[in-house]
Design a protein around this ligand. Structure first.
Ligand code: ZN
Length: 151
């Protein structure tokens, strides 16, 4: 077995076992444990800030309000990783790492870099519709991945 545990082709393993959250990011992880996808939004100008940031990149205000999203979106960009970053990750390759534009947001401020699973790396395309799936890493940490929405 690899140092990353049992691997599944197409699934990049959750290497981190704790969130290392701070007061700005903790609400995201609390919601994730309940399988709810929430996004930080500037309380002043409404710009979505994902990942949550201390300051708004549009207006520099600090205040955040959290908005619950439907958990769907479209692939904005992606890459197929065919060469393992570490020899013990070979079993996971190929896998798709992509940026998902989240439904319920206005775009650039709310894209997530995620592992896109349950897809054929040879046919995945920009614009494909995807939905969140949650991986319970342990009692403290649940992480999002996305998979194609089957038609
Ligand atoms: Zn703002």
């Amino acid at each position: 077995m690899s140092e990353f545990g049992k691997l599944t082709k197409g699934v990049f393993p959750s290497i981190l076992k704790e969130t290392h959250a701070n007061h700005i990011t903790q609400p995201f992880w609390d919601a994730a444990k309940q399988e709810r996808l929430i996004c930080a939004k500037c309380a002043n100008c409404g710009t979505f800030r994902m990942p949550p940031s201390a300051f708004c990149f549009e207006c520099q205000h600090r205040d955040i309000e959290w908005v619950e999203l439907p958990g769907t979106g479209a692939i904005f960009s992606y890459t197929v990783v065919r060469h393992p970053l570490h020899p013990d990750l070979a079993e996971a390759c190929p896998y798709v790492s992509g940026t998902v534009e989240l439904d319920g947001t206005q775009g650039a401020g709310a894209r997530m870099l995620v592992n896109i699973i349950d897809c054929d790396p040879d046919t995945v395309r920009i614009g494909d519709r995807v939905e969140v799936v949650w991986e319970h890493v342990n009692d403290e940490m649940t992480t999002p991945r996305f998979r194609p929405i089957s038609a």
